[in-house]
Design a protein around this ligand. Sequence first.
Ligand code: HEC
Length: 152
Amino acid sequence: MKTFKKILFWSLLGFALIQFIPTDKVNPPVDHKANFFDIQKTPEKIQGLIKNACYDCHSNETVYPKYAYIAPISWSVKSHINEGREHLNFSVWGSYNKDLKENMLNKSIQTIQNKTMPMPGYIVYHKEANLSEAERTLLVKYFEEILKLKTY
Ligand code: HEC
């Protein structure tokens, strides 16, 4: 019993202490000249879908959920956001070259179709990101249209 109490004490202390290690939750500014929605004049409905399903990890307009304030969950959330933004950041779309834009549109279509995006673990806590089949089709059609018309 004594050891158990010791372990509990040190675990709780450790948990309390790691709360003091900060994660940076300040969103970088959005430049409207480089922003995907502004460049593409994306219809409101499609904007809503992308915002709900992709924006927390693929834009500079991340909305942090409450659980993102508790270490060590906060570290995992932040690392997904950093990684997501590195791959694809809709807020800096205008800075991508033609090849990267094409590639990202193609990959977005693929990941939406094979349901690897939005990340399955994320959907559990974000019901609005759980796209229906119809919504997935709508998004895929939208990205395909941009690819076809080469208006990226
Ligand atoms: C919870 C965070 C999160 C959400 C939400 C999310 N993604 Fe991602 N996405 C990531 C991470 C992390 C990566 C990089 C690692 C990987 O490929 O799994 C990534 C990678 C990607 C890539 C690049 C794949 C590659 O092979 O280079 C594309 C394209 C993408 N996501 C599209 C989307 C789209 C479209 C949505 C919305 C329908 C979305 N993502 C929602 C976190 C997310």
